[in-house]
Design a binder for this molecule. Structure first.
Ligand code: 3AM
Length: 180
């Protein structure tokens, strides 16, 4: 049976994506994200079958939450087994984003998706790194004060992730408006 690899995310508007793309330089060998890949993950779901995917899409349809005014605030690094793994842009403020994350978690629990156990850290991935990538310190120093004007997240997207050579492709499969 075919499965769907799903996650729930927010998509920054075009001027913010342009600002992020303009910051993508200074790490040799980094796999910089392209415009289509830029998102803030609210909740990774993983592989589900077609029926469960339909249940998830339907349950997210009742989401009732305010639109969020946010801003980009700096860059940072996630490591994996002591190695630089990805660089990302921070998104603030935490409280409304965390509240939306919890709301999505609660809705997904209704269709049997176990609650998130990892700490929620709102971020937009800028690049994925492998062992061949160059040092990240110069990038972090140069982009540490990356900032944007305030912008609004006014909808939530359910994405399907397609794993492919050269990185995942993300396809929005449903869109849920947030309250103005
Ligand atoms: O939004 P970012 O780029 O941080 O790394 C994956 C990506 O995160 C993450 O979900 C987002 C969309 O693919 N992801 C992939 N597998 C995951 C897993 N098993 C995961 N997050 C948590 N657990």
């Amino acid at each position: 049976m075919s499965t769907h690899r799903l996650f729930v995310a927010l998509r920054p508007p075009p001027p913010i994506r342009s600002l992020l793309i303009a910051a993508m330089h200074g790490i040799s060998g980094a796999r910089w994200q392209d415009d289509d890949q830029l998102h803030l993950t609210l909740r990774f779901i993983g592989e589900v079958d077609h029926h469960r995917a339909e249940d998830i899409a339907a349950t997210l349809g009742v989401i009732h939450a305010p639109a969020i005014t946010a801003r980009i605030a700096g860059t940072s690094l996630f490591e994996h087994r002591g190695q630089p793994h990805m660089v990302w842009a921070g998104v603030e403020p935490l409280a409304p984003l965390a509240a939306l994350h919890r709301k999505v978690d609660q809705l997904l629990a209704r269709v049997g998706i176990a609650p998130e156990t990892r700490a929620f850290m709102p971020h937009i991935t800028l690049a994925r790194l492998n062992r061949a990538a160059g040092p990240v310190a110069p990038f972090l120093a140069q982009s540490g004060d990356l900032a944007s004007p305030p912008f609004v997240f006014d909808h939530v997207l359910l994405y399907e992730s397609e794993l492919a050579h050269g990185g995942a492709r993300y396809h929005p499969v449903a869109r849920y408006p947030l309250d103005a």
